[in-house]
Design a protein around this ligand. Structure first.
Ligand code: LLP
Length: 416
């Protein structure tokens, strides 16, 4: 099938042991559905491939921050990569260990730094000289030393969508490779700072091996230069994970990926950290949506569904491809449709030119939306955000109720 744990039986789609039509009937649409088994398998694939290095796998919370997802990963021993205090609060609420949390992000506020220090997080990934001064000041005030890495911008082209490419000189992220030695020396003399590691993150949905290897080499050169100057680095963090298969992308097998990384690391004895998000949850989730209307046109046929760009913005924002399948197979009536949402924007589309045999009222599954799906959903057009369901064997669990109108206006005041 197109996604692990998704299979068709007697014309009906099942996710693990649960009928997707049953989920749509019970919880309504649009609804995000995740497979527990798929998340477990994706996490274990990293753990197994790198097992001889005992890496700290810090799941990137931004990909999918549902408490049940975080709790499942915490139970398996994962650490977490966060970019805000809210993400740290979610990790803690889900039972995650703050001692395995790394704090990324280009502009950490003082109150966020203080909260993270008091929670005893593992490390701060520093992205600029100004941020280094801020972390030093806050840590000194708190009376502690903050463990830090510098996020190095290695100037490597990851050959992915420009919006999700982060390791080029022209991107806002990290400190320049040429500045790194000076900054490490500066940090070494700061009372509130303890140098711990080195990090890079060059982009997301990277399907090739070479950008990872190129970036790692650039980092290792620095590690050796720092050692020559008496600055010891304990851990190396290679950033986000591999890309996933949305359509027909060819990925190198995880074992090849891991071997290449291990070969580069050599005998330096560095602890390895990884920050995968998409490859843990991306292909472990789908979006159920109902066909409201079929609208044949002169140049295009539209299948207008009840999920829109506010629920899943990836197609609109990145021109992203997501597979679409009918939950119940129909023998006849296949046509080519653009699958579009109800939002008042021409950019509100989920899929273009797909052959589907559907009638009004049918349920569709939009595939591979476990990462950056619900996490990027909004209330645009005053639409309630979707419900979320986790399937586990034969069981379906509602892990987030559909938002209600009252939730949307809970913090508003009318001023006359
Ligand atoms: N670490 C850092 C510092 C990151 O910025 C990111 C993602 C990750 C880890 C996780 O990368 P992953 O393993 O998921 O590739 N919304 C976009 C993706 C933005 C990614 C931003 N950073 C999308 O829907 O494609």
């Amino acid at each position: 099938m197109l996604m692990q744990q998704l299979a068709r039986q007697d014309g009906q789609l099942f996710y693990e042991g649960v009928s997707l039509e049953a989920i749509a009937q019970k919880f309504g649409t649009p609804t995000f559905v995740y497979s527990r088994a798929a998340i477990v398998a994706n996490y274990q694939a990293y753990r197994d491939a790198f097992s001889d290095l005992s890496p700290l796998i810090c799941y990137a919370v931004k990909a999918n921050s549902s408490l049940s997802v975080l709790s499942l990963l915490a139970e398996m021993g994962a650490g977490f990569d966060i970019v805000s205090m809210g993400e740290l609060q979610r990790v803690i609420a889900a039972g995650g260990d703050p001692g395995k949390v790394i704090f990324s992000g280009v502009a950490k506020r003082a109150e966020e730094i203080e909260f993270a220090l008091r929670q005893g997080i593992y490390c701060f990934n520093i992205e600029s000289e100004s941020e280094l001064h801020r972390v030093n000041a806050v840590a000194s005030e708190v009376g502690t030393r903050a463990r830090i890495t510098f996020r190095i911008n290695p100037d490597v082209d990851p050959k992915t969508h420009p919006y999700i490419s982060t390791g080029l000189k022209s991107n806002k992220f990290g400190v320049a490779h040429s500045e790194a030695l000076r900054l490490y020396r500066l940090a070494a003399d700061m009372p509130g700072i303890q140098i711990h590691g080195i990090e890079c993150h060059i982009g997301s949905q990277i399907t090739k091996l070479s950008p990872f290897v190129d970036a790692l080499r650039r980092l290792l050169t620095l590690v050796d230069q720092l050692a020559d100057r008496g600055i010891e680095i304990e851990h190396i963090d290679i950033g986000g994970g591999r890309g996933i298969v949305y359509a027909d992308e060819k990925l190198v097998p995880m074992s090849v990926f891991a071997e290449a990384i291990k070969r580069e690391l050599g005998e330096r004895g560095l602890q390895l950290l990884l920050e995968p998000g998409r490859s843990i949850v991306g292909d472990a989730g789908l979006l159920l949506t109902r066909v409201e209307f079929l609208k044949p046109g002169e140049t295009k046929n539209f299948a207008i569904v009840d999920a829109g760009m506010n629920d899943l913005i990836r197609p609109t924002l990145y021109d992203a491809f997501h597979g679409v399948v009918a939950v119940a197979e129909r023998e006849r009536g296949a046509r080519v449709y653009d699958v579009v949402g109800p939002v008042c924007e021409s950019g509100d589309w989920l899929a273009k030119e797909r052959e589907l045999a559907v009638l009004e009222g049918d349920t569709l599954a939009i595939l591979c939306v476990g990462a950056y799906g619900m996490a990027m959903a909004s209330n645009y057009n005053s639409r309630n955000r979707p419900a979320e369901v986790l399937v586990d064997g034969d069981a379906m669990h509602l892990i987030r109720e559909r938002e209600r109108f009252e939730d949307q206006i809970a913090r508003e005041r009318i001023v006359r």
